[in-house]
Write a protein of this length. Sequence first.
Lengths: 353, 353
Amino acid sequence: MLNQQDTAEALPHQAVKANPVVAIVGATGAVGVELLESLAARDFPLSGLKLLASARSAGKTMRFRDQELTVETLTEDSFEGVDLALFSAGSGISKRYAAAAVKAGAVVVDNSSAFRMDADVPLVVPEVNAAAIARHRGIIANPNCVAIIATVPLAPLREKLNLKRVTAATYQAASGAGAAAMEELRASTEAYLKGEAFEPKVLPHPYAFNLFSHNAEMDEENGYNGEELKVIQETRRILDMPALPIGITCIRVPVLRAHAIALTLEFDAPVTPEEVRAILAEAPGVKLVDDRARNHFPMPSEASGQGDVLAGRIRTDLGDPSGRSIALFVAGDQLLKGAALNAVQIAEKLLQR
Amino acid sequence: MLNQQDTAEALPHQAVKANPVVAIVGATGAVGVELLESLAARDFPLSGLKLLASARSAGKTMRFRDQELTVETLTEDSFEGVDLALFSAGSGISKRYAAAAVKAGAVVVDNSSAFRMDADVPLVVPEVNAAAIARHRGIIANPNCVAIIATVPLAPLREKLNLKRVTAATYQAASGAGAAAMEELRASTEAYLKGEAFEPKVLPHPYAFNLFSHNAEMDEENGYNGEELKVIQETRRILDMPALPIGITCIRVPVLRAHAIALTLEFDAPVTPEEVRAILAEAPGVKLVDDRARNHFPMPSEASGQGDVLAGRIRTDLGDPSGRSIALFVAGDQLLKGAALNAVQIAEKLLQR
């Protein structure tokens, strides 16, 4: 088991005060909506909630518990009196406004990629490396959604087995590209079924009943896209294995909100599916869905709306005759554990007890 | 290059006579329809065409070139006067009727899995192992669609480089489960978009905006499903590499008719993406779609309707620091190269010249 002690207790000056005033930056986005849901669903003990977004969204109202809250325009002065700021409005906004939030006395949990590889910023999946939260200097980064969904099952395995190599192929939902991409998937599919033309606006390729290599910018030198490079770097950092070899192909599939990953894991000694299954059965944040008799394994439709990462199809990799490799298939809600829920779980660890 | 000589010339008694009478068994199915299309599109020189199906479909008419043909009920007497029988009605039908066709003097090209691992039956992808056709004793097997789409690019690579291991994750379209599964994907997606309930009938899990582990029967001992085991066995047989280690995860995605595969290939010595790209650029049946600058790579929407297997995302696998592994992404039309077109290409090789 990993050390999951509440580090906020050890370093109280870095904790967030009990019953904090919380701000959500990017409240009207796909993740923003789920941040409100997760705060409510987990009875997060807050004394005030401020919803911030671009001027375009200001004035909209959103429901939180039994209140109607009005969205305000984000400015550098938005953080007065805020104790905890949850950012989810893209890395440009985070780079521009996170410092103002910290200066105003807030601790920032940032869902963008802006600070994830900054050595001063902890990159945290609470089930994996909650202890890293203690090192924060005002900002804690919420990892890439695929990195979160992969590391939740990888961490308990590498704790008990010596992990040598990861090969991954992803099946990524529209939600990872935001609410507009989810709407484009719906609208383009509807047009396709009616036999009507549809011009993609959000994504670079037709999405209805189609899939394509992830639309993040490509490193033309090495042939990996930005999403793949993020997953590699962040997975290494979260697992504290800076040299772990990871090969990955990130593919956008026509699914609305949960990601899946086909994983092949190589260890330094032979390992059985039973050992892996036993470890994952006890792992925090993992739910085994591995019923061979009923052909029932992780699916986006069942991962959607739940906080656990589903893991199954656990078997010996027939591609490695040495018996040192295991294949498995996982699925997790990109908007919840892959984004909003993980951020709220980080925030919970920050609270003064 | 592989030996692709027309073996029918070498062994004329095993060839099909010029301008044969052709029968299609399972003419009204998803692959049957494409068999008609492929015969027409390739100007296959036939002197007669007989459409056979179950009694349920008998009496239907189907268009071939400028003719309306009436579908007849398949019986053991259906093959009188038939020179070439293309079977695509499931392995039960092939097991029951292929012998009658051979007895009547026809050569059978069978799209089912009935005879694929029978040592007396050649398993053929014409670009890869056309020479094997010469060994037929009346039946030639058309491989599993994933095995075809994978071996078209794998074969030229293993000819020039020593292939040691394959790791694959598939993105398989509805078409692989037949016309009814394609209709279920359409109908369930339409229902989802309208907010209506839909009860799956053809596939075991909800398909609208969802994906799931391939629905083939599971080997409960080793945890691989029948589709994965077919791909492993058939790929080894087609490549004539009986011990090639292959690890594979087969996933059904909500795409209508083209399959994609994320492949990681390990060779016995370091290899560069440029070497692999150069080999695939000249490989028969492969079309490079590998434009990093425009983020344009193989997609089902572009693979659909064309005979080539699209290959791209060719890059060094960052999971193997030795530099001996290459990752790539391929897509091919499951109904064409993965089924009907490959069968017609086999038939062309059989024709007496």
